[in-house]
Design a protein around this ligand. Sequence first.
Ligand code: HSE
Length: 438
Amino acid sequence: MQRYPSRSDLSDMESYRIALLGLGTVGRAVAELLCTTRDECAARAGRPIEVSRIVVRDPSRDREVPPDLPGEAILGGDAIEAISDPEIDAIVELVGGTEAPLEWIRLALEQGKDVITANKAVLAVHGDELFGVADHHGSSLYYEASVAAAVPILQVIQQGIPAGPVDRLTGILNGTCNFILGRLEELSFDESVKAAQAAGLAEADPTLDISGMDSAHKLALLARILLGCSVPLENLRIEGIEGLSPHDIEFGWEHDLSLKLIAMLRRNSHGTSLGVMPCFLPNSHPLASVRDEDNAVLLEAEPFGALVLQGKGAGGMPTAGSVVADIIRAARGESIATPRSGVLEQITDPGDLPVRHYLRLEVPDRPGVLARVAGALAAEGVGIAALDQPEILDTVGEQVPIRIMTHPVSTTQLDAALALLDEDLRSITRPIRIRIEE
Ligand code: HSE
């Protein structure tokens, strides 16, 4: 049986020295966690872990570097210098963005150093190159924190379940969007985004989150492990939560449905479909009750049935937990192979599967408008299963929301119908349409 080394054993061991790139929300949380769990980390890693360098954009600014940080960190502004320091075993990249981190990660891997990162964007877009460099130089890339923050989903799909059999993955992979959708129960979309910013979740520019792109980056990383190849993001249906409103949430309440931004992977005899879309889930679905900034992943496969992992998907400390777990794995020399065998060429659209859809149109309350909407739907064979429009007295001609539930159709078929709406109706407001997953 393996035992943790004692303090006296550890004092003879060579330290594992890291350079921390970035001291923002996650960087500070990592520093704090390394202080408060110093002994436990060393015991698990089998050697002390020290922060030897910290790199920030402007080192002259006052920073809160915890005074009891393990190691004697040199604070500087030059990432290349820190990465090239021969004393450094690993870089912990927590800056975000793609351009500079791509260069730093590549350089560190070329020098045989370990890289620990929470940067999903750089790995989703440049993964082929970076995993290739790591292979070539015998270095390792750890990225548990890049998907679903505190949830150790990469460990589970890499090591905890048999390779190959997962044929359905359904994920809530963006904590900010899940938080915003929860707040929409009481607030407008813009107010909900502001609430997410006030809670320290959404960036000043929340586009990456609310456009669905952040979820797509994470889905691509999960798919790389599950399918053994890379996924070209440009071939995916990626839709976000922009423009959703309390009207949509209320429709969910009336029909026992919960509105979530869903990343999905489906494999069957016709191929593999991948995409990110807002979906209504029945309230009995395992992900329907996931609230606030939690993330959750439902894996379905023959050998184990259904498996759900859930936890905090955003925020400094939840992300730092996974970063520190990766630092420990790296210090122990446990590398994890990431499969690379080409690009997934044939991606089908998850929107092809016919399901009921919810449709909301903000239209002028005038005679004939409903007939034009119904005509466009009928022309593409989209059947209306239910419809409502609130009565707004004394406001003939004002805008009202028409909410429609369709019979099962593909999203593509519904979009073709919406494209037939006359220009003046479409220009009033972008129609909102949401799949109702069974
Ligand atoms: N912005 C992300 C989210 C967290 O809200 O889920 C970092 O991936």
